[in-house]
Each structure stands twice: as structure tokens, then as C-alpha cells.
Design a protein around this ligand. Structure first.
Ligand code: IZC
Ligand code: ZN
Length: 420
């Protein structure tokens, strides 16, 4: 006896095992008129709706001919922070650049002040409410970074929030220590001293948190490639896998550095060089693209996803949800931007937010695919076919979301107006 059967699925998305590189991203196997069965936390069977009639279940769910996909994976977020930065919108409208706001002590540093002041329970409840909204948009696994403390106490506070949220079980969360996210004002001119302090925190983070990754903001006026190299080397020595905010605004060579150090992901890559993209394609490093950030910063040039895929790189997509450069937790919106601004195809986009995203955060064993025996993280979408999602943008198409077989979100019946 199954616990649940989802039947009458118009189109069941079954991404291949990854990481999917280049051409392989174009393949998105689907099954029409499908059904699947869940027992406990696992998918135990997939087949046709007809075959499902012979199976018994405690509960049956009629997908009404719509699309079912693996739960989405958001592999780059800054989920835990105090305060908000809506006051900076006027500065942006007046033409002040993101890095100039930071240079004046605003931006990330403004969020650092608010996060240091906030107590842990407050941060926990705030992050939990964001995570809940992400789940309502179809995300069942995500990555979350520290980086708004820049000191031991606050970085631990953020990572403790991430661990508590992960243990609560609504979503699976991969934790990343992003100590070198900005230079605190008191370390101006002594950047290397600050970086040494962050390196000294690595064993503490290893011991007291579940962070498996470290990350560094390698950018003009923040950390140089030499400093990023030093931090990545130290991180690996302490048993972390490394990630890097690379070539987001200026082409510093962060992409090449990520490849050189075998980073699990290189994120942003808007200004990645042609040579960097070639190296990426020949490596195991996932390109995590964040078009929501380019959009939110009002820029015209997006990461060159087409060139990356053509070169043979593996591409994932993420929100970059944070209070400054991309204030949205709607990964569906990012999927639309990937189509409209980076010319990714629907098949590439679905692979980029499922199987490839799971590889970017080391969660490929539990997330990003639908397999018999695999974790039942599923989304029922209120769309007639999978190409429809990136086409109809800015709204929530999720109808129901399951995490480990548990229905964690469902749109109220009263909210459902059929699209003819
Ligand atoms: O708070 O501005 N880019 N870090 C690097 C961010 C954006 C987050 C922020
Ligand atoms: Zn980021």
C-alpha cells in the first residue's frame, strides 16, 4: 500500500543524472500521462496513470493533466540577515553604483550592522519566513551563506540559524561560510589582516557549524584574486569545498581562479573572460548564474550563458536572494530572466534549477531529480506544459509542493482560477 499516488500528470519531468554539461543540458526526458507513488519520504514507483489504477494508496492526488517536476534547488542565497535596504533604492535611481554604496559604508556593511544587532531568534524567524515563501514558489533545497557578521560571534549566529532551519526539516539547506564578504571599516588599509582573521575562523566554523563550503566576494574594492586564492587554499586545507563570487562586476579572473582551485561552483560570471569560460568548460566547476542580480542592478549585460553552454560548461541558476543586489526569493522569476535575457532554452533552464543546481551544492544524492528510491521532493505546477513556466513570468505557478513526501504547501482552492 502506497502512502500517496499522484496521478493524471500531464508531463512528468525526469532530468538525467548530472552534472549536465554543454549539449547534455538540452536533454530533458519527460513522461506523459504519468503517475508516481510515494511511501514515507521516498518515491517508490513511477509509471502511467493507467497502471496507477491497480495500485492502492492511502491518498490520491489528481494532477489534472499538469506538470510535475523535482523540487527546485536554489544554489546561491544570502537568506539570513537583519534589516533591509530599501533606502538605497533612491541612490541607485540617482545612478550610484552598487560598489560605490558599499565604499560609503552602506550596502553589505549596512546589513552587517543590522545583523550584528539582531538576536538569533529574530534572525531565525525572519529567515524561516523567507524560506517558507521560497517553498511556496517550488524550492525544496537551497544554499544559504553567512557573511553579514564579518566577526566570529555574528558569523556563528548566522550559521546557527541556518543549521536550526535545516534541522527543522521544511527544506534541506546547505550552509556556506562567507566570512570574507566585505572589509569592515576598521580594517581599511589592513585587508590582509582581516582576511587572516577570517582564515583563523575556519577551524571554528568546521567545529561548530555544519558549513561544508566557504565563499569569498572577489571584486574590485573587496577581495583581490590573490586574497581569494589564499582563502580558498586555507579553506581546502581545513576540509571545506570552495565557492567564489567571481567576475560579477569587473573581469578580475575569478573564473580562472575557481577552476584552478577546483571550486564546486563559480558564481555570477557576468564579466568572465573567453579564456575563463573555456577553462570552466573543461573543469568540474559549476557555473552558477544569477540573472536576477543583473536585472536588479539595472545592467544590460548578462552572463553569457549561451557561450558557456556552447563551450561545454555546466550551468545552474539561482536567485542570489539578498537585501541589496537581488531582493527576490522567486526562482521562477529567475527562470524567466534566463530565457528572456540569457536566451537559455526551457530544457536548459529546468536542468539548471534542478539537477545542476543540486551539484552546485553537493546535494545531488538527495535533490534535483525524480528517481525510484530517491527523496520525494516534488512540485505540481499549474501550467499546461513545461515551456510555459519561463514564458509567463512574475507570478507563482506552483500548485502543490512536497518535501520528503510531505505536502508542505498547497495553493488554496479559492486561489485557483483555471487558465483557458
Ligand atoms: O548584501 O549586497 N553581491 N554580496 C555580493 C551581495 C551582493 C549581497 C549584498
Ligand atoms: Zn551572492
Amino acid at each position: 500500500m502506497d502512502d500517496q499516488i499522484i496521478e493524471n500528470i500531464g508531463c512528468l519531468l525526469l532530468p538525467n543524472a548530472g552534472p549536465l554539461k554543454g549539449e547534455a543540458m538540452k536533454e530533458l526526458p519527460v513522461r506523459h500521462q504519468a503517475a508516481l507513488a510515494v511511501k514515507g519520504e521516498q518515491v517508490v514507483w513511477t509509471g502511467s496513470t493507467e497502471e496507477a489504477q491497480t495500485r492502492k494508496a492511502h491518498q490520491r492526488f489528481n494532477a489534472e493533466g499538469k506538470v510535475v517536476s523535482p523540487g527546485l534547488v536554489d544554489p546561491h542565497t544570502h537568506l539570513v540577515f537583519g534589516g533591509s535596504r530599501e533606502e538605497e533604492l533612491a541612490l541607485k535611481q540617482a545612478g550610484t553604483a552598487y560598489l560605490d554604496i558599499l565604499k560609503r559604508g552602506g550596502g553589505i556593511l549596512s546589513t552587517v550592522r543590522a545583523t550584528r544587532q539582531a538576536d538569533e531568534q529574530f534572525l531565525f524567524e525572519k529567515a524561516r519566513s523567507f524560506a517558507g515563501r521560497m517553498a511556496a514558489y517550488g524550492v525544496t533545497t537551497l544554499e544559504a551563506k553567512s557573511g553579514y557578521g564579518l566577526d566570529e560571534e555574528t558569523e556563528l549566529k548566522q550559521l546557527s540559524v541556518i543549521d536550526r532551519l535545516n534541522n527543522e526539516g521544511l527544506l534541506d539547506i546547505a550552509a556556506t561560510f562567507l566570512g570574507p564578504h566585505a572589509i569592515p571599516p576598521e580594517f581599511k588599509g589592513r585587508e590582509d589582516v582581516f582576511l587572516d582573521q577570517m582564515i583563523d575562523l575556519l577551524p571554528v566554523m568546521k567545529e561548530k557549524t555544519s558549513a561544508a563550503f566557504t565563499d569569498i566576494f572577489c571584486e574590485t574594492g573587496v577581495f583581490t584574486t590573490e586574497q581569494a586564492a589564499r582563502f580558498m587554499e586555507a579553506s581546502q586545507r581545513h576540509g571545506f569545498q570552495v565557492k567564489i563570487h567571481a567576475d560579477e562586476i569587473d573581469p578580475l579572473g575569478g573564473t580562472e581562479l575557481a577552476v584552478q582551485y577546483g571550486a564546486v561552483s563559480a558564481d555570477h560570471l557576468v564579466a568572465a573572460s573567453a579564456e575563463g569560460i573555456q577553462q570552466l568548460a573543461a573543469s568540474d566547476t559549476m557555473a552558477v548564474l544569477l540573472p536576477g542580480t543583473t536585472f536588479y542592478l539595472g545592467k544590460d549585460t548578462y552572463a553569457d550563458a549561451r557561450r558557456m553552454i556552447q563551450a561545454g560548461a555546466a550551468v545552474a541558476l539561482a536567485t542570489d536572494f539578498n537585501p541589496g543586489s537581488c531582493v527576490t526569493h522567486n526562482l521562477q522569476m529567475i527562470m524567466a530572466l534566463a530565457a528572456l535575457k540569457m536566451k537559455m532554452t526551457p530544457e536548459e533552464i529546468w536542468n539548471a534549477v534542478t539537477v545542476n543546481a543540486s551539484h552546485a551544492i553537493g546535494m545531488e544524492k538527495t535533490a534535483g531529480r525524480i528517481t525510484v528510491g530517491g527523496q520525494a521532493d516534488l512540485v505540481l505546477w499549474d501550467i499546461p506544459n513545461y515551456k510555459y513556466l519561463p514564458y509567463h513570468y512574475g507570478v507563482n505557478h506552483a500548485r502543490a509542493v512536497w518535501k520528503r513526501g510531505r505536502l508542505i504547501w498547497e495553493r488554496r482552492e479559492a486561489d485557483v482560477f483555471p487558465i483557458s
